[in-house]
Design a protein around this ligand. Sequence first.
Ligand code: GRF
Length: 218
Amino acid sequence: MSFRLVVLVSGSGTNLQALLDAAADDAFGATVVAVGADRTGIEGLARAERAGVPTFVVRVGDHPTREEWDERLTERIADHKPDLVVSAGFMKILGPRVLGAFSVVNTHPALLPAFPGAHAVRDALAYGVRVTGCTVHLVDAGVDTGPVIAQEAVSVREGDDEESLHERIKTVERGLLVETVGRMAREGWTLTGRAVRLGSGNVAGHTAQGSTSGRTTK
Ligand code: GRF
């Protein structure tokens, strides 16, 4: 049985597409079993539908409180029994119910802890850095503050604007996300303090001696 991924999206879904393409090969070791979104009418959902992957939408505005949204989102994700949830361009802060129930990774278009938040590429350009990049990290309760799993650098070029730089980052980001999620599925991981180690997982969801670990349950 393959390692089960639920991917959360809010936009164009090119990172999702990279995971769908990678998962077409059994050797990847993981399958996208569902795609969730916080809004309708986005290309990310259309990509899932074209791939025959079930989708669900849980909008904040359809819930009286953020807590109820968090609860409903947790239920809809749980329906698909994921081993890992991947936030791939999902533009909402996940709540304590989702984070308590699942291991979640996020991809971010900057070298964290520099430039967290929704405008990372714009902020990096405005600061004038010569090198930025992307980060895949475990999600905790903060905004882009969780333990770093993998990072890759991208140079800023003369004349770059937010769009050109973000496109170049996204090309690198898709590869990094696929590589990282694939390794987590195939090799497992442990978390000790803030240190994430790939290739050392024991039992999915197991917690011992201040460490958490996960791996494929196949
Ligand atoms: C990515 O750069 C992601 O890091 C950021 O938004 C972008 C999403 O791109 N949060 P896509 O929807 O996967 O094409």
